[in-house]
Design a protein around this ligand. Sequence first.
Ligand SMILES: [Zn+2]
Length: 305
Amino acid sequence: MLTPTLTHLPVNRAIRLRNVICPYCACDLTAKPVTKEHVLGRRFVPKGKLNGHWNLIVNACGPCNNRKADLENDISAITLHPEHGETHLDYDDAAKEEALRKAAKAISRRTKKPVKDSHENMKLHVPFGPNGKFSFNFTSPPQIDKDRAFELARLQLAGFFNWITYQQDEERGYWWTGGYHPLIMVRRADYGNKIIADFADAVLEWEPRILGHTAEGFYRVCVRRHPGAECWSWAMEWNGSTRLVGFLGDREVVKVVVDRLGPLQMHHHDLGNGDFMRYRTEVPLADKDDKLFALPTGATVPLTS
Ligand SMILES: [Zn+2]
C-alpha cells in the first residue's frame, strides 16, 4: 500500500502559502515588500490554461520574482515554439497565435535575437579519404540555454518543496538537504533516449511526493523519494515539448543511480584513413512506454490533477 502522504488536492484552484521566508533565496520577507509569486508562471503556459486549474502561489521577494519571470520569458516562447517539439497537446487557435506572438517578441538569451529568428545553423566538415571531405549543414530550431532551464527548474522545485514541508505555525517551508543535480533536458523527439528511459525505470518505484498535472497538460511535475536515503528524483514537462530530469540530495546516492543509466546509443561510421564520425539519432517515446510521471506499480492514489 502506498504511503498516505500523497494528498489529493483540489484540482480547480491554486494553493496559497502565506510564507514569511522567500522560498527562492531564504530572505526574511517580514521586513521588505512582498510579491505574490506563481510557482507556475501564468504566462509560462498558453494564456488561460491555468485558469480554474491547480497552481501554487507563494510570497517571494521582488528580485527573485523578477529573476524567475526573466527565466520564464524566453523559455516559454521556445518551449511553445511549434518547431521545438511536436506536441500531443491541444493547441487551440488562440494558443497557436500566442506562440507565434511570443516567438516574435521574446529575445532568446542564447542568440540575442527574437526566438522566431533563433534557428541555429551549424556546418560540420568531416575529412574523407586523402583529399576529400564531407560537409553537413544543420539547422536546429530555437534552443533553450541549458543552464537557464535548469535554474528555472530549481526555482520551481524550491517552491514545491516549501509547500510540502510547510510549517503552518512558523509560516514557512523548507528545502531539500544536499545538492541540486540536474541530469538531462530533452525535446519531445528524444523522450525515449536511453538515459531518460533508464531514469524513469530506476525511480519508478520510489515513493511519489508530488505528482502534478495542470494547465490542461501544459505542465507536469513529479518528485519521488529514494526508499532509504536523503535523495529525491524529479521530472518536469514544459508545454508538452520539453522534459527535464534530475536528482536532489545526497550526491553519493545520486552517483550510484546515475552510473547505471545509459549510455546514449551512438552510431559510428568509419570514413577510412582512421577518420570516423559518431552521431546519435533522437529516440521518440511511445505513449504506452511512458513511465516518467507514472505511479508505482499497483498504486492507486489519485493524482494531484
Ligand atoms: Zn528571494
